[in-house]
Design a protein around this ligand. Structure first.
Ligand SMILES: O=C(O)[C@H](O)COP(=O)(O)O
Ligand SMILES: [Mn+2]
Ligand SMILES: [Mn+2]
Length: 552
């Protein structure tokens, strides 16, 4: 293993104050139009930085973030991994594609044990996960490939627990995926001897996919539906979605209430019982960890699980390498090593990381290459501000002020060398599809940045302002070919809830220093952040890190 001790930077001794990175989650640089909440927002500080601070934009999606193609929008996981790791790693979406294409997924131990379990017991093989092609947490192609493979090896009974998306894909697109999966199931069942069906479901922001322990009752609701078969019954996934939409025409997919599928006599078709196997087919960890804990932790106390079924459980990936969660997984996760955080600890530098609950793991766990622990308790301080648990469009300022208060106090204490924070607003409010609330969200971030500027200046520090991917920069869906707004039946623009393909800003606020952007850097992207921070701290980056964005 190469040494973690880095030599001094060849020409720069390091700034005399702190280096601060602000990640404005979901604030990209998009077209100037009526759907761009970032452009529409009144942002005097970001505007000032764009004119007066060395600035550029960074690629934050597709291959620059380790995703299969440049049609893949960026997301928090891949974005923070790139920011914190100094290099681009092939990410879950791509690794799973490869493992399916070369067959290694089906040769792995987890798959073989799952199949063996259900063949021995005659119980169903359960697939749980996000039913869409968003490619952020999951991809429906992966599920389809596994269904075919299960059929090919003679698995008779399959049950699917479908989390409905509308957050990484258009806001009411669920039936597209329902139609696809029902087609796959019908093709398998049609040959005879198979009983493959959907067993339960619900909107991903209502059940199962909580993250960072923001809302355990969400996971409990999912557990009751998937495992115990307790919930409102419908004859099919399609009937459930259509009825729930009729009852509440304003509901968008991510917020659909949970349900179970029942047979003619009203009995749930697929509770998860002893002897079965459960494969959670999401590859991304943040929203997979809690349900995984419910399945695996013998001392689980976050809600009353009732009698825990004796099942074989595996995730698509291992979601947390430190905690070994889950123990079994279908595809090995990216081996993200030698992250910025680890190098800083080895260099004796002290770091502070903070956000509110919704993004807390982004600046800790994702930033550190999907490790939940610290590298060094003495040199690292992490601080979480509890997030609201109400709809974010109702509080678009979220906890930006509290994160800023804490950061300013820490900066003034002069205890740390490197600070990183994430403002969740642009992203979490952007995902609601409410444009006007998103404008306020961006303004709240700008206000907070305005408070940081004089503090950083007084300490002779440097503030780097960037984002992990776009979101609030496109609040209306665009017609691909023309770039015009898509419209709803009443002619109004169709709200967009997902991330964007846009680049993100990068500003270097460094009063008293004469930094310039290094314009020779090819295709600057998020993964250039690692070397940039090391440079500013007077350290030379490891050879395989992408170069610093600052000249010199
Ligand atoms: O999990 C989510 O909320 C979305 O799927 C992606 O958003 P994030 O990547 O910004 O967390
Ligand atoms: Mn994000
Ligand atoms: Mn997001």
């Amino acid at each position: 293993m190469s040494s973690l001790v880095l030599p001094k930077h060849r020409s720069f001794p390091g700034v005399s104050g702190p280096v601060v990175v602000v990640v404005m989650d979901g604030i990209g640089v998009g077209k100037h139009n009526d759907g761009n909440a970032v452009w529409l927002a009144r942002t005097p500080h970001l505007d000032w930085l764009a004119v007066n601070a060395p600035s550029t934009t960074l690629a934050a999606h597709g291959k620059a973030a380790g995703l299969p193609s440049d049609d893949d929008m960026g997301n928090s996981e891949v974005g923070h991994n790139a920011l914190g790791a100094g290099r681009v790693f092939d990410q879950g979406a791509k690794l799973v594609n490869n493992a399916i294409a070369d067959g290694s997924l089906f040769e792995g131990e987890a798959w073989r044990l799952a199949i063996a379990r259900v063949k021995n017991t005659g119980k169903p093989l359960h697939f749980m996960g996000l039913l869409s092609d968003g490619n952020v947490h999951s991809h429906i192609d992966h599920l389809a490939a596994m269904l075919k493979a299960a059929d090919a090896v003679g698995v008779e009974k399959v049950r699917i627990h479908a989390l409905i998306d509308g957050r990484d894909v258009p806001q009411t697109s669920a039936l597209t995926y329902v139609e696809r999966i029902e087609r796959e199931l019908a093709a398998i069942n049609g040959k005879g001897g198979r009983d493959y069906r959907v067993a339960s479901g619900g909107g991903r922001m209502k059940i199962t996919m909580d993250r960072y322990e923001a809302d355990w009752p969400m996971v409990e609701r999912g557990w009751r539906l998937h495992v115990r078969g307790e919930g409102r019954g419908f004859p099919s996934l399609e009937a459930a979605i259509k009825t729930l939409r009729e009852e509440d025409p304003a509901v968008i997919d991510q917020n659909l209430p949970g349900f179970v599928i029942v047979d003619g006599s009203g009995k749930p078709v697929g509770p998860i019982e002893d002897g079965s196997a459960v494969l959670f087919f999401n590859f991304r960890g943040d929203r997979a960890i809690e349900i995984t804990r419910a399945f695996e932790d013998p001392h689980f106390d976050k809600f009353d699980r009732g009698p825990k079924p004796d099942v074989f459980y595996a995730g698509m990936m291992q979601y947390d390498g430190d905690l070994q969660l889950p123990k079994r997984f279908l595809v090995p996760p990216p081996a993200i090593d030698r992250t910025l955080g680890e190098y800083l600890v080895a260099a004796g530098k002290r770091s502070y990381a903070s956000s509110e609950t919704q993004k807390y793991g982004h600046v800790t766990y994702f930033w550190n290459g999907n490790r939940s622990g610290k590298f060094d308790d003495a040199r690292e301080t992490y601080f979480e501000v509890p997030s609201d648990t109400l709809p974010f469009e109702e509080r678009p300022w979220m906890k930006a002020s509290e994160i800023t208060d804490a950061l300013i106090a820490q900066l003034k204490s002069q205890k740390h060398d490197f600070y990183r924070i994430n403002y969740a607003n642009g992203d979490m409010v952007g995902h609601t599809g409410v444009r006007d609330a998103s404008i306020m969200a961006v303004e709240a971030v700008d206000l907070s940045i305005g408070r940081l500027l004089p503090v950083v200046k007084a300490l002779n520090g440097v503030l780097l302002v960037t984002a992990d991917h776009g979101n609030a920069d496109e609040m209306y869906e665009l017609v691909k070919k023309t770039g015009a707004f898509e419209t709803l039946a009443d002619g109004s623009p169709k709200p967009k809830t997902s991330h964007t393909l846009n680049p993100v800003p990068f500003h270097v606020y460094a009063p008293g220093y004469t930094f310039a952007i290094d314009t020779t850097v090819q295709k600057p992207g998020l993964a250039n952040m690692g070397a940039t921070v090391l440079h500013l701290l007077g350290l030379s980056a490891p050879e395989d890190y992408l170069p610093s964005l600052i000249a010199g």
